[in-house]
Design a protein around this ligand. Structure first.
Ligand SMILES: NC(=O)c1ccc[n+]([C@@H]2O[C@H](COP(=O)([O-])OP(=O)(O)OC[C@H]3O[C@@H](n4cnc5c(N)ncnc54)[C@H](OP(=O)(O)O)[C@@H]3O)[C@@H](O)[C@H]2O)c1
Length: 438
């Protein structure tokens, strides 16, 4: 049953994403209304600067610089939060949910930091939160997990969730240029967030991993309990070593669950991905997610992770779902039961590793390094060695068989003190499906 006069939509934030949403909703309104099974009205929008020039025309009476007035407007059914940030966006989202409105958001930082509180508030007030655009932009991964794969349990999910890092790593690999040189280009192209740390230090990908883990397992994993590393320390040399070994380096989010011992684990770290794995060939600004379901097996989703149109596509899909849900009076779904789920300790996770060492080029060093690894229970899979700059130094690159993070940490602590090493060891994880929880 459709609402008389149509579902009324308020868009809070008309920047990159908001303008795309407004534009495509207008352009495809008749066919979207058929999908939704009723009419909708683009009723109001909020911005910070009323006089700013925009690519969409909004009637002056529909525009405000007070987002709270939309959140509290009894005429608005769906509040579309596209303002970003976590302070004002939190206040606006809470006000809308308390008023029983449906919220559609693209704000991964907001959900990562306040998701637990917001979803509880939504349930208390019979309201819904839709958030497809908060993870991997245009890839409908939330729908895939929530609907298409609903019967599955998910022991393994991993993905490339930050297009900026993937763009930088891809160009370093293809053009043989340094991280700094490509970063400068990415800045000029507007690919890097104003707060660069969000992209380069892995936080943006971590926000998205937290949301995926919640969807797949019902648990909000605190960011501070997750190993999160970015790509600043990945050198051109590592990328070239990885290539020689048959790998590509990608910033990889990983979500593991062991259904026997009730442990879950999430991390974001640069990793060596085998060149013959699908994700090893997802390059440039593209995102990709591999989901292993216990019933369906592996499925992989690839697409644009950001940008006006890709993100608007996801937001609009949520708006249409939200409109249908409101028209049919559907109650918010209950979260998955995660009462028995525990966070795995990072040190207990089994991985295989890439280890780069800069050592004195003298006989016996390799044997000493291998000895230390062996004493910590780590066996070596491959070794590459090259002289380094002709100053009596050599680069030693090892890959290992699977061992725990704790064993590798112990080996690294000993290697750091070794007299033949002139720099601390550099580690990367290998994404080879051997990763598992202890
Ligand atoms: N851009 C992407 O590709 C992308 C992809 C996925 C998810 N997202 C998420 O989508 C959200 C929006 O991103 P965006 O790139 O569209 O951001 P943006 O271009 O910076 O736009 C933000 C909009 O919000 C408005 N705004 C900010 N604070 C406000 C306030 N206090 N009161 C009223 N209006 C306010 C701004 O107004 P003015 O225009 O007047 O300054 C602007 O229109 C963020 O949560 C982001 O993480 C973005």
């Amino acid at each position: 049953m459709s609402k008389a006069g149509g579902i009324r939509i308020g868009v809070v934030g008309l920047g990159t994403v908001g303008q795309g949403v407004w534009k495509h909703l207008r352009a495809r309104q008749p066919e979207l209304e058929l999908h939704m099974g009723g009419k909708f009205v683009l009723a109001r929008a909020a911005v910070r600067h009323l006089d700013k020039k925009r690519s969409v025309r909004i009637p002056a009476k529909a525009l405000t610089d007070d987002p709270m007035s939309i959140a509290c407007d009894p005429e608005i059914d769906i509040l579309c939060e596209l303002m970003g940030g976590t302070r004002e966006a939190l206040a606006v989202t809470k006000a809308a949910l308390k008023a029983g409105k449906t919220v559609v958001t693209a704000n991964k930082a907001l959900l990562c930091e306040h998701g637990e509180e917001l979803f509880a508030l939504a349930r208390q007030n019979g309201a819904h939160i839709y958030f497809e655009a908060s993870v991997a932009g245009g890839i409908p991964i939330i729908k895939a997990l929530r609907e298409g794969l609903v019967v599955n349990h998910f022991p393994l999910i991993y993905g490339i969730l930050n297009g900026t890092c993937n763009y930088i790593l891809t160009r370093m690999e293809r053009e043989g240029q340094s991280f700094e040189a490509i970063l400068e280009d990415a800045r000029k192209l507007g690919y890097v967030e104003a707060d660069e740390s969000l992209d380069l230090d892995g936080w943006d990908a971590a926000h998205k991993a937290v949301i995926i883990a919640y969807l797949a397992h019902g648990k909000w994993i605190p960011l501070k309990k997750m190993p999160v590393e970015g790509i600043r320390d990945v050198t051109l040399e590592d990328i070239q070593w990885a290539q020689r070994l048959g790998f590509k380096i990608k910033l990889l989010a990983l979500i593991l669950r062991d259904f026997k011992n009730g442990h879950v684990f999430a991390s974001v770290q640069p990793a060596l991905v085998p060149g013959d794995m699908v994700l090893g060939n997802v390059d440039g600004v593209f995102n990709a997610i591999s989901v292993t379901g216990d019933i369906v097996g592996e499925s992989v989703y690839i697409g644009r992770g950001a940008g006006q149109d890709a993100t608007a596509s996801a937001v609009i899909s949520d708006i249409i779902d939200a409109g249908t849900t409101i028209s049919h009076g559907i109650r918010p779904e209950e979260p998955l039961n995660c009462a028995d789920l525990k966070l795995a300790k990072p040190e207990d996770v089994y991985r295989s590793f890439y280890v780069r060492l800069s050592v004195k080029d003298r006989p016996g060093v390799l044997a000493e390094v291998a000895g230390i690894l062996a004493e910590e229970g780590i066996s070596i899979e491959s070794v590459l060695q090259r002289p380094n700059g002709g100053q009596g130094l050599a680069n030693l690159v090892l890959t290992t068989h699977v061992c725990t993070e704790a064993a590798m940490a112990a080996a690294v602590a000993r290697l750091k003190r070794h007299k033949s090493l002139n720099r601390k060891p550099f580690l990367l994880r290998i994404a080879d499906f051997a990763q598992r929880l202890g």
